[in-house]
Ligand binder design. Sequence first.
Ligand code: PSU
Ligand code: MN
Length: 307
Amino acid sequence: MQQFLSLTPEVEAAIRQNKPVVALESTIIAHGMPYPQNIETALRVEATVREAGAVPATCAVLDGRFRAGLLPEEMEHLGHAGNTVPKASRRDLPYLLSRGLDGATTVAATMIIAQKAGIRLFATGGIGGVHRGAAETMDISADLQELARTDVAVVCAGAKSILDLGLTLEYLETHGVPVLGYQTSEFPAFYTRSSGLSVDYRLDTPEAIAQLLRAKWAAGLSGGVVVANPVPGQYQLDPGIMEQAIEQALATARDQQIKGKAITPFLLAQVKQLTGGDSLASNIELVCHNARLAALCAVALCGEPPV
Ligand code: PSU
Ligand code: MN
């Protein structure tokens, strides 16, 4: 394994000493936000994790190696290069490793790196899911299958309603992935706090989440967990405006026959354009909000279990 995995000394020391560490993804840097907000956000997210008492480990593939923890200049490289860096999910990793290439890791690929490194908590904005119209296209994000098999908890603001959120929850249920609501009973829809759909369990403290993770993995129940953390109320966007933007983005994608791994970044960019700067501001705040919760959960998971 060491042949393919490199950790920064700080991340390596933290993991060795059982100190709290939070993994962060890099697709959001290279494909999810424009330059320079992408790099500013990546650095702010890392600072947020530190303030809450954990060590941040932004993950990527660089020069054909899995990386957990990036230097500021490496983040700058990913943010600057943007979508010229390939978006890397599980199926892309063998090619990138064998060719010595770079890749911006999705939720799925970041979970893989986190597990190899021994990191249990991961913060992002939104997870991939079952796409609208999947009954015909079979477009289901590899993030969901990764949540089924890899032992990492993903803190997110739910999933964007570019997806079919009801089918996404059905898929997670089939694959045995618990969906937890942090201080909410509703599955949040990224830019909005509500979706009309329920989470499996509501938990109100990082300690309660850590207890569930400890029990799950100690009992040999492998696989991930979704921790859904709604966007703070003041950064919520209007659901009607969002739905209109999403419908329009989906129609443009259909017209241009966008498919495969290109569809998610395409829809995200369209929605961002259609809603103006508001959606970007909301996106940045919710990612930081998730980073803080993931750090608090990591701290709780490293602490002594209450007797
Ligand atoms: N959803 C968002 N923002 C994102 C992504 C999803 O709101 O940046 C990114 C994540 O990296 C996620 C990936 O893992 O898109 C899912 O892509 P796909 O649907 O192709 O699996
Ligand atoms: Mn897909």
